[in-house]
Design a protein around this ligand. Sequence first.
Ligand code: FUB
Length: 329
Amino acid sequence: MVLFCMAAVAIAAPTLPVAGSSITSKGNPLFHDKFTADPAPLVVGDRLYLYVGHDEAQRDEMFNMREWLLYSTADIKTWTDHGAIMKVSDFKWAKGDAWASQAIEKDGRFWFFAAVEHDATHPGKAIAVAVSDKPTGPFVDAKGSALITNEMTPKGTHSWEDIDPTVFTDDDGTTWIAWGNRQCYIARLKPNMIEIDGPITEITPPHFEEGPWLHKRGALYYLTYASLDRSTHRDEKVSYSTAPSIQGPWTYWGELTGSGKYSFTIHPGIARFKGNWYLFLHNATLAIGDQNGSIGRRAVTVEYLQYNADGTLKPVEQSDAGITVPPQR
Ligand code: FUB
């Protein structure tokens, strides 16, 4: 990864909300009291839950992420701050790095998948799985060990290859998990949600960097991800591919967004909620006190996601107004 630390433009709100309090969003970034990253939306009934990583990097630190936070909304304007729903220390076998996550509902329970740094018994990044009876937690380690370790993907060239899980349940009830950095992998999950079922297959799309997100609309499957064309770009953008089946073949459609302002990373999370589709991202425009945005001090944003008649996605412009203004048709 490349280190970029840039000046930030957004100024922190004067009052700091506490867990349980209500936040009325006035545009992007969504939240001003904490640095947030790697947004992962989940719709349950009439609420949208947004799981994020908590960026706590100090000065020139690259990342300092120890816990995952949760926000929820019924109208995508007013958000409830639920505070931390899990700490990386809750996974006893992990030694740090509460990186990107995603939660899904299956059979009435909520399964939370997240990237962490494994201890010395399986060096490198790993994927953890936790479970709760409610989307708001408390979540507990569901397996007592990693679901995916670095040794399980031997083709990879670096220790942080096994990050950024995305989970998706197909119409036949099978849940799939995709993940990766530089290489993108996919595998079936067993119905118990804590074991891989069958082979791990590589599906790396063009310019794949990290942050895959699986979703389906109509008959089409989408693999949206943080992309980096190292020959021309300094910062990640979002690109996507589509397929007629979760098992491919995948067709690459190119870039969906530009880079997140001042941010090397960008991390897509997609959800349909009350008739609209949303693309959650992050940038590094937020400043809190004397802490400017940086690679490890990011802020979550949201934009409308719109489809063309053939199922391809309309390019998304990132803006300060975000979804406070109606989408352009
Ligand atoms: O937030 C830590 C890492 O940075 C995530 O796992 C990646 O997707 C990137 O956003």
